[in-house]
Design a protein around this ligand. Structure first.
Ligand code: ZN
Length: 274
């Protein structure tokens, strides 16, 4: 029996929120997981140089640093401050060897969505020199429309593509997360277009529980809910995607479980339900 292939499986550190960066790295490498996407909160306790060394020595592939963005604000000074944060994110991504920064682009009640999208385009454009200088990619992650008020004015993959087409830069692309995009009738076509335009930067997996109890921290493990992940994954791969399948689950329930046991469940769900 060949060993199951986890080389294209990456796990977001937030998935195992109770663990430190070191615990995540140890557990993932022991299980043969291929990659790790790093949330900024786990860098802080170690400091960037130490965290970067740990990550480089781990041999894990690092698809993403999570997360930058939040470009939208009514006040120009706040928008400027957001650019500084994003430039720091790009620096950190470069330091740890992450391929991209994931952008949760932001939204602000009172700022009309079209204006907000323009602020996002301007914000990303302002960060492009840093992205280009470091080789770090910027991945716009469309979020489910339930977050349109205050987290993301980009809700459909189409909205993300329009910004990519406006900026036309090889470092700008899209992170497709099945949790946020599974409902979209245009998803297959948008994945195909992203493949053609070289903007299919990332593929995130988890599941949508049909009795979702909390819109932030009640995501399911692949197979717990109603998303047809294997079909969507086939669409991405038919579009040419051959990057990591990133497991990203925020779940109060799973965070309460013993994390080693949970990691075994993740491994099984990845191998059988993704
Ligand atoms: Zn995601």
């Amino acid at each position: 029996m060949p060993l199951p292939d986890l080389s294209r499986c990456a796990i977001h550190t937030m998935t195992n929120k109770p663990w430190s960066l070191r615990e995540c790295i140890d557990a993932y490498t022991r299980l043969g997981i291929g990659g790790i996407s790093v949330w900024r909160n786990v860098l802080e306790p170690l400091g960037l140089p130490e965290a970067a060394k740990l990550l480089r020595d781990s041999g894990l592939r690092i698809p993403a640093l999570v997360r930058g963005g939040f470009f939208v604000a009514p006040d120009p000074a706040a928008r400027q401050a957001a650019l500084d944060v994003n430039r720091r994110c790009i620096e950190e991504a470069h330091a740890i060897g992450a391929e991209m920064v994931v952008l949760v682009v932001g939204a602000a009640p009172g700022t009309p969505l079209p204006d907000a999208r323009q602020q996002v385009a301007e914000g990303i454009a302002a960060c492009l020199p840093d992205a280009q200088a470091t080789g770090v990619k910027l991945a716009i992650e469309p979020l489910h429309p339930m977050y349109a008020a205050d987290r993301s004015c980009i809700n459909r993959a189409t909205d993300a593509r329009l910004i990519c087409e406006q900026l036309k830069h090889p470092n700008v692309g899209i992170a497709f997360d099945v949790y946020h995009t599974w409902w979209d009738a245009d998803l297959e076509q948008e994945l195909r277009l992203a493949g053609q335009q070289n903007t299919l930067f990332a593929f995130h997996v988890c599941d949508w529980r049909t009795n979702t109890r909390d819109f932030l921290n009640d995501r399911g493990l692949m197979g717990d809910g109603c998303i047809d992940i294997p079909t969507i994954r086939t669409w991405a791969e038919s579009a040419g995607f051959n990057g990591m399948n990133e497991v990203e689950i925020f779940s109060t329930d799973y965070w309460q479980m013993d994390q080693q046991t949970y990691l075994q469940k993740i491994r099984h769900a990845y191998l059988t339900r993704t």
